[in-house]
Design a protein around this ligand. Structure first.
Ligand code: FES
Ligand code: FES
Length: 158
């Protein structure tokens, strides 16, 4: 077992993990953060997307030990003091989800995109979410949701 320290949504955790433990297992099973979903065993679906030091990663493709010393943001950290994040507001307003299984990953991918590119084009949104699969929506409302999130964030910052 390895002892690691990670900061998740601003809170520091000291954890014992086996060398083969995945980051997604650490988040879900040890820390109880089940908003990060597991939708495949081939690292294709993107349901497990989180931010690792600000960059979106598939948490099923990262070993827990690789996250030692890192800062992780999960979907649970988007809202603050019960107030939805603009990305969450936008997905709700634009019906960017149906079953919701892909949604945590979609929103964390959107968070990564908008942090580096606050006003992405539709083409850039499509490119950003190409590693996130959705079986329900046909993607149109997801793209609209990311556009709306961009608008909401700009409005908040004005
Ligand atoms: S669970 Fe499907 S990419 Fe991670
Ligand atoms: S809303 Fe069902 S998989 Fe995307």
């Amino acid at each position: 077992m390895h002892r690691i320290t990670i900061t998740v949504n601003g809170q520091e955790h000291h954890c014992e993990v086996s060398p083969e433990s995945l980051l997604v297992s650490l988040l879900r099973e040890q820390l109880g953060l089940t908003g990060t979903h597991v939708g495949c065993d081939t690292s294709q679906c993107g349901c497990c997307t989180v931010l690792l030091d600000g960059v979106s990663v598939k948490a099923c493709a990262v070993l827990a030990v690789q996250a030692d010393g890192c800062s992780i943001n999960t979907v649970e950290g988007l809202s603050k003091d019960g107030v939805l994040h603009p990305i969450q507001e936008a997905f709700s307003a634009c019906h960017g989800l149906q079953c919701g299984f892909c949604t945590p990953g979609m929103m964390m991918t959107a968070a990564c995109l908008l942090s580096t590119n606050p006003t992405p084009s539709d083409e850039e949104i499509v490119h950003a979410i190409e590693g996130n699969l959705c079986r329900c929506t046909g993607y149109v409302n997801i793209i609209e949701s990311v556009r709306e999130a961009s608008r909401l964030i700009a409005t908040q910052q004005a």
